[in-house]
Design a protein around this ligand. Structure first.
Ligand SMILES: Cc1cc2nc3c(=O)[nH]c(=O)nc-3n(C[C@H](O)[C@H](O)[C@H](O)COP(=O)(O)O)c2cc1C
Length: 418
């Protein structure tokens, strides 16, 4: 426990609540639309595409994150009828010939820039909890982003697992799963205190301490910005259902029954705490006028997967979709890979399906096909309990137009209000 520093303002001692902790209640989750549409990973190079196909037209497939391309994309996203932009939180990237995700706009600049050039869509930023960024700074910056956007901010909370990024912040990591989510819990509690308190606050946590801390302005959103989380493990889900509002269902529940089961489990976990959550899914989209034309593109992308980038991904982030589930074994992950010979295997030792799923969407649910096929798949996801989709496109500028001109009209014709 730290000493109150001399000179600190008098502060009300904040309780170290581990949730459910919703001062002022939870933000409203229900809307008049069937599904919430987000554009995902627009702020990192190549988004979720780890295929050398991106090199065929770098401006379209890799560099869309750059201003003014990103500004144009975000305005088009709003105009097309999307509900939010969701940023990918990344600080290093995975190299390879495509330098997969090596360039990124940071969580604050990307949110603020996108808030300034749009009027309606949600501005969902992504914040890592483990890099010892002081809660006051995060609370202050997010309240300012919310202010600038007129109350459109959402905050995606990420308990990262990338050792390279911990090292970049001068830390040894990643910590154990328990510690990652204990830090997340404490940080979110601290944010909720700072976002809601009109008086200076003292906070004496295990990971964070502050004294006489206060932000002004408070967030514009009432009661506070939406909190999003993509935890996959049970420990992560326990945190997310107590503290957050929108939850991504992760990787291996890729069949529709799996989504439905997962959604039911998560709703039940939240209900135990008297809370409600929105169920979300991350999707990777390649579409065209016909299934055959879309298949031509996906076959070409598959033949071009950036194997070196995936190898780095496996070494640094192999468990990223669910640290408990151990989708890859110890000899396929981290340092173990070099010894096991997994790198000699054409599919890096993880099997063709997993390899291609990572290369084309980082394990996201794949929406490949004609506009009709993609509309059908979105309806199936919705009917399985998914209320928000975060879409990432091989060609984001084109993808957003295709959603506007083809997919949304088809969905509306079938009675789905999006
Ligand atoms: C849709 C989605 C988005 C995610 N976004 C990020 C991100 O932007 N940055 C990051 O470091 N991790 C991200 N992750 C990883 C998750 O935060 C989380 O660590 C992962 O799903 C494993 O869950 P676990 O920590 O409960 O094991 C994302 C995962 C999913 C499914």
């Amino acid at each position: 426990m730290s000493q109150r520093p001399p000179g600190a303002r008098p502060g009300t001692r904040a309780e170290l609540l581990r949730g459910p902790f919703d001062p002022g209640g939870q933000p409203e989750l229900h809307r008049d639309k069937h599904m919430h549409l987000s554009l995902f990973a627009w702020n990192v190079s190549s988004g979720l595409s780890a295929s050398k196909a991106v090199l065929s037209d770098p401006e379209r497939h890799q560099e869309f994150w750059k201003w003014p391309s990103a500004a144009k994309l975000l305005r088009a996203t709003e105009e097309a009828g999307f509900d939010s932009q969701l940023q990918y939180g990344m600080w290093s990237g995975y190299d390879g010939a495509t330098r997969w995700n090596n360039s990124q706009l940071d969580f604050a600049t990307a949110a603020t820039g996108s808030a300034a050039i749009t009027e309606r869509i949600g501005i969902y930023t992504t914040i890592h909890v483990g890099y010892q960024i002081p809660p006051l700074l995060l609370a202050k910056m997010t309240a300012s982003m919310d202010h600038l956007s007129g109350g459109r901010l959402g905050v995606n909370i990420v308990a990262g697992q990338n050792a390279v990024d911990y090292a970049q912040f001068g830390l040894v990591g990643p910590p154990s799963q328990q510690v990652r989510y204990a830090i997340a819990d404490e940080l979110v509690t601290a944010l909720k205190h700072l976002w809601s308190s009109e008086e200076p606050v003292d906070f004496e946590g295990e990971y964070f301490q502050f004294h006489g801390a206060q932000i002004d302005p408070l967030p514009t959103s009432r009661p506070r910005p939406l909190l999003i989380c993509a935890a996959g493990s049970d420990i992560g889900l326990d945190f997310a259902t107590r503290q957050c509002d929108a939850l991504f269902i992760t990787a291996d529940d890729k069949d529709l029954d799996g989504y439905a089961r997962r959604a039911a489990k998560i709703h039940a976990m939240a209900a135990e705490h008297g809370r409600k959550v929105r169920i979300c899914a991350m999707c990777y989209v390649v579409m065209d006028e016909t299934d055959a034309k879309a298949a031509e593109t996906t076959e070409w992308m598959r033949s071009q997967i950036d194997r070196d980038a995936l190898e780095v991904w496996l070494t640094r982030s192999g468990h990223i979709m669910n640290s408990e589930r151990q989708e890859v074994t110890e000899d396929q992950f981290g340092e173990g890979r070099a010894k096991s010979g997994a790198n000699q295997d054409p599919y890096l030792g993880i099997g063709k399906e997993h390899y291609e799923g990572l290369g084309m969407g980082m394990g996201a649910y794949q929406l490949f096909g004609s506009y009709e096929t993609v509309a059908d798949q979105l309806i199936d996801l919705y009917e399985s309990g998914v209320e928000q989709v975060a879409l990432c496109f091989f060609d984001p500028h084109k993808g957003v137009q295709q959603i506007r001109d083809h997919v949304l009209p088809l969905l509306r014709k079938r009675g789905y209000n999006l």
